[in-house]
Ligand binder design. Structure first.
Ligand code: FAD
Length: 398
């Protein structure tokens, strides 16, 4: 195992840096680095720039417009783009439904959907979870009944991230109630403008509109929108989740969050001295920094093993648990660093062009919303408890 970059990889890193220096819009980078709110338009603008460079679909085969980077190249991209303050791509189209369409879709589906994902014409959202089906996803109840050339869909999805921006949704639906739960599920693509689909916002603890409920009432979906075979959707769903879990550790973002924490602790004072000089607080920062370095090395180990032809197994679950715990610890320390200013927070301060008085200061504005928002990290993409179950099964054989 070699954890050092080769000369080619270093040259690639230089190319990435030159691109980010030249093309990353300063206003978008300022929002990302300041942990501020990004608009739909910000995401679309950055996507367009990446697509023009040919770097939007990093792991698609070249024949479909991807770059097919190696795991090390993807890692370099993640590290550098986080460091520069580039937004992470909204994953539902490019990283989730696209790999499924590429592997299991028809030629027509590939021709129709893949180019529209690249150009940003379609914004996808993910319709897996339901009020009674989260960790136990196979118990989902949204029903699709075949009626001639269509399916008629009835039911509800929930926690649908950025569904308010989406014009397309990929859903797991029940097409057979006579068989074992996992065997009666299908994977359907739906146009969000189809009559009978209603999107309702869920406002989260940080006051943001990030997730939604989506209701389906007698929604008519053409059968050609079925991916793969009827009742085989569970296989495709699991394939998609392997893509969802990669990158959830968010090492690059945690490095940026740690830097932000250090800046906060340098500006805040305790008994007249910068907080970062306080022995107990600086020890806590040092501990999380060491944990982050260890997670970063584990990440590189996994990348080296994938590069050598291995498959990430329990390691990606371990990394998801550690990575998300680290991020939540950093958020918690930032919350402690701003002390009483963490209790109330002003939503408008999250806009970069906010010109009112800050409750504390500009730097502290995103601390509490971040703290609340990132409670999600240990829940979505398979909760941390579920990841621990996977680790205990795969490694301890329990
Ligand atoms: C911000 C956010 C965005 C999301 N975005 C999307 C999206 O875009 N699309 C989508 O389909 N879904 C999305 N989800 C849903 C997410 O996948 C589910 O929340 C997650 O799978 C957990 O399901 P649940 O919320 O129903 O909790 P439950 O499954 O009810 O779990 C409740 C608690 O019990 C624990 N638990 C459950 N089963 C076990 C077990 N067997 N062993 C040990 N502990 C267990 C869980 O870890 C958790 O702590 C999102 C969730 C959040 C919070």
């Amino acid at each position: 195992m070699n954890l050092n970059y080769t000369a080619e990889e270093l040259a690639f890193r230089d190319e990435v840096r030159a691109f980010l220096d030249e093309k990353l819009p300063a206003d978008i980078a300022a929002k990302v680095k300041g942990f501020r709110r990004l608009s739909k338009e910000d995401h679309q603008r950055w996507q367009k720039i990446l697509n023009e460079q040919g770097w939007y679909a990093t792991h698609w085969p070249e024949e479909y417009g991807g770059v097919n980077w190696s795991p090390v190249q993807k890692h370099i991209w993640d590290e550098e783009s986080s460091r520069y303050g580039a937004p992470r791509s909204v994953p539902f189209g490019v990283n989730m439904v696209a790999p499924v369409i590429i592997k299991f879709g028809t030629e027509e589906q590939k021709q129709r959907y893949l180019p529209r994902i690249l150009t940003g014409e379609d914004w996808w959202c993910q319709g897996y979870s339901e009020p009674g089906a989260g960790s136990d996803l196979a118990s989902l109840k949204t029903r699709a009944v075949r009626d001639g050339d269509h399916y008629i869909v009835n039911g509800q999805k929930t926690w649908t991230t950025l569904g308010q921006h989406a014009n397309m949704i990929f859903c797991l639906v029940r097409t057979n109630t006579e068989v074992k739960a996992q065997e009666g599920i299908s994977f359907l693509l739906m146009d969000m403008d189809t009559p009978g689909i209603t999107v309702r916002p869920i406002i989260t603890l940080d006051g943001e509109h990030e997730v939604n409920e989506v209701f389906f009432e007698d929604v008519k979906v053409p059968v050609e929108n079925l991916v793969g075979e009827e009742d085989k959707g569970w296989t495709y769903a699991k394939y998609l989740l392997t893509y969802e879990r990669t990158g959830l550790a968010g090492i690059g973002i945690s490095k940026a969050a740690l830097q932000h924490l250090k800046e906060l602790a340098t500006r805040r004072t305790k008994n007249g001295r910068p907080l970062i000089e306080d022995a107990s607080f600086s020890q806590r920062i040092a501990k999380v920094e060491i944990d982050l370095m260890a997670a970063s090395i584990s990440n590189l180990r996994i990348i080296a093993s994938v590069e050598g032809g291995g498959m990430p197994g329990a390691e990606s679950s371990m990394l998801k648990v550690r990575g998300t715990e680290i991020r939540q610890t950093i958020n918690d320390l930032a919350r402690r660093a701003i002390g009483p200013y963490a209790i109330p927070f002003v939503e408008e301060e999250m806009d970069l062009d906010y010109d009112g008085d800050f409750l504390s200061d500009e730097n502290a504005a995103p601390v509490t919303p971040q703290y609340f928002n990132n409670r999600k990290l240990s829940i979505f993409g398979g909760s941390n408890e579920i990841q621990k179950n996977i680790v205990s099964k795969m490694i301890l054989g329990l």
